[in-house]
Design a protein around this ligand. Structure first.
Ligand SMILES: Cc1ncc(COP(=O)(O)O)c(C=O)c1O
Length: 366
């Protein structure tokens, strides 16, 4: 079970489970940009290694200034964190919601953060028939919003890759809800200006947008994310944050990668080519791929294959290919896997290995 600690990308667990060295795996279980990290990351590490001899800027001023410029918002509307994960946790601790609404399947950390503070979770089930979209007319959304609940929504959502309609978020806010939109993967979306709620979050006291810099720039080891909200809505969260939570190198790397406009353009071009290619290949093997706006695909294993997601993960892992067993997400059953979109050669290996496993499973079943 690769998700022993709750997430994909755990190469240590993969080493232990499959007896291969970490570098022998092709990892489709976590969703990093395969073009990254961009060149400025290693340049910054080399040029600024000495900064670890000083305390980091506790207010992360340089990076906040650059992000404020990029998003055309006030610097005071941004708090930087040690990854989006820290900010999810801090937001929930600061808001202390009595009731939190989650549209499942979604990222585990939303529910975990709420349960840690003893809050109640109301799960709305997204379903395949509805394309895993939140139905504005369904499930007493209006009533839940009017009760003052906190909604935590991923856009694009993990693991489905579906975007949230900004109109729906406005509807929830208008009815009294607080809303956290997790835009960890929004940098991968060419229609970002239409779908991102960052600018609105800087002006609405009950709306927060969380962004991660670890996925798009492939720097999960450095830990970097930020939250946008109205300055007075962020003050509680700021008070709870551990001082110097964002280390000096992370701050400098964040500033450097924001300058990488070619990298950003090439990433969008790669994804536009590669995601439909991979989805098409998966479908030709009989998988049903959910239409995704992100750099990963949720896919349903062909029924006739007769193999569960956990067995498929195991068989793939033995062959050096790591995939996510998506049945571990609340709201999904054992027929779902999630795979990252990677470079063509790696994607070919994924498709070939899936085909091999399905073929050998069929033989075994006979
Ligand atoms: C939807 C979502 N939000 C947030 C995070 C956390 O990102 P970070 O690495 O910036 O903490 C993840 C990581 O997988 C994620 O999938």
């Amino acid at each position: 079970m690769l998700e022993r600690y709750g997430h994909g990308g755990d190469l240590k667990t993969a080493e232990e489970a499959f007896g291969l060295a970490a570098e022998r795996f092709v990892d489709f279980s976590s969703n990093m940009n395969p073009l990254g990290p961009p060149p400025s990351v290693s340049k910054t590490l080399q040029a600024y290694a000495d900064v670890i001899g000083q305390y980091p800027d506790p207010a992360v001023r340089g990076l906040r200034r650059n992000l404020a410029e990029k998003h055309r918002i006030d610097e005071q509307s941004i708090v930087i964190g040690n990854g989006a994960a820290e900010l999810i946790d801090l937001t929930v601790r600061a808001l202390q919601p009595k009731l939190t609404v989650l549209a499942v399947p979604c990222f585990d950390e939303y529910g975990d953060a709420v349960r840690k503070i003893g809050g109640a979770v109301h799960e709305i089930r997204l379903n395949a028939e509805n394309g895993f979209l939140l139905d504005p007319g369904g499930e007493q959304l209006e009533e839940l919003a009017q009760s003052g609940a906190l909604f935590m929504l991923g856009s694009p959502n993990n693991p489905t890759g579906r975007l949230v309609d900004p109109g729906l978020v406005r509807f929830l806010l208008d009815n009294g809800a607080s809303v956290v939109v997790d835009e960890a993967f929004m940098d991968f979306v060419p229609e970002e200006p239409e779908f991102s709620l960052i600018q609105e979050a800087a002006q609405h006291e009950r709306l927060f947008v969380i962004r991660s810099m670890t996925k798009f720039y492939s720097i999960p080891g450095i830990r970097l994310g930020y939250i946008v909200g109205m300055p007075r809505s962020l003050s509680g969260l700021r008070r709870l944050q551990v001082p110097w939570s964002v280390n000096s190198l992370a701050q400098l790397i964040g500033e450097a990668v924001l300058e990488e406009s070619d990298f950003a353009r090439l990433t969008l071009e790669w994804l536009e080519r590669e995601r439909p290619w991979l989805a098409g290949r998966l479908e030709s093997l009989g998988f049903e791929a959910v239409p995704s706006s992100a750099n990963y695909l949720l896919a349903r294993i062909p029924r006739e294959a007769g193999i569960s997601a956990s067995m498929l993960q195991l068989e793939m892992g033995k062959r050096g290919v790591l995939i996510r067993d998506a049945s571990r997400f609340p709201g999904l059953d054992h027929t779902y896997i999630r795979v990252a979109v990677k470079l063509r050669m790696q994607n070919e290996r994924l498709v070939q290995t899936l085909a091999d496993v399905l073929a050998s499973w069929r033989k075994r079943e006979r």
